[in-house]
Design a protein around this ligand. Structure first.
Ligand code: IMP
Ligand code: MG
Length: 181
């Protein structure tokens, strides 16, 4: 698919994200207070910036692990079939686990990952998504914590890409296609 031209319109500022991350970290800290160790599982690749900021605000004993599920490829269309491309390095049986996702869209990715991780019998498993597009949902799933609900727009920045571009933007912006095509 040839790359269509687009501009990025700011949607959520770096400052607003930082303030929300701090709030969410406080809630997570209270929820898991007293845990021996919290395993924070980032879903690659879109959550890498969010997880980096989040864990630095959580004052608990933390272990970080990553899991990669197949997603959009290089298009803006979601796929209902989710495959695990890279599994966790560590065991989660009997542990406290927090799954960190960038965006919940149709919900297939989070549903699949939660199902897989629950089958390994963690002590507690919760989920957090930076962004949620509730109007796009096709399966009945919600993250335990959500940073921001957004409308049905394709977004980039703060770790989130369009065909591997724009992950390094410090804020969240929406993609607006320009010209023909
Ligand atoms: P779901 O399985 O449809 O919920 O898709 C979730 C995944 O699709 C997210 O983890 C993102 O990687 C990707 N995704 C969904 N919406 C967007 C978007 O607006 N921009 C970039 N990636 C997106
Ligand atoms: Mg993703």
């Amino acid at each position: 698919m040839p790359q269509r031209e687009y501009v990025i319109e700011p949607m959520i500022s770096a400052k607003a994200i930082a303030a929300r991350v701090e709030e969410l970290a406080g809630e997570i800290e209270r929820h898991f207070a007293g845990t021996g160790k919290l395993v924070v599982v980032g879903l690659l690749r879109g959550s890498f910036v969010f997880i980096a900021d989040l864990v630095r605000e959580i004052g608990l004993n933390i272990e970080v692990d990553f899991l990669e599920a197949s997603s959009y490829g290089d298009s803006t269309e979601s796929s209902r079939e989710v495959r695990i491309l890279k599994d966790l390095r560590g065991e989660i049986g009997g542990r406290d686990v927090l799954v960190v996702e960038d965006i919940v869209d149709t919900g297939y990715t989070l549903q699949h990952v939660v199902g897989l991780l629950r089958s390994r019998k963690p002590r507690r498993l919760e989920t957090i998504a930076l962004l949620d597009k509730p109007s796009r949902r096709e399966v009945d799933i919600r993250a335990t914590w959500t940073g921001f609900e957004i409308p049905d727009e394709f977004v980039v920045g703060y770790g989130i890409d369009f065909a591997q571009r724009n992950r390094n933007l410090p804020y969240i912006g929406k993609v607006r296609f320009t010209g023909e095509g």
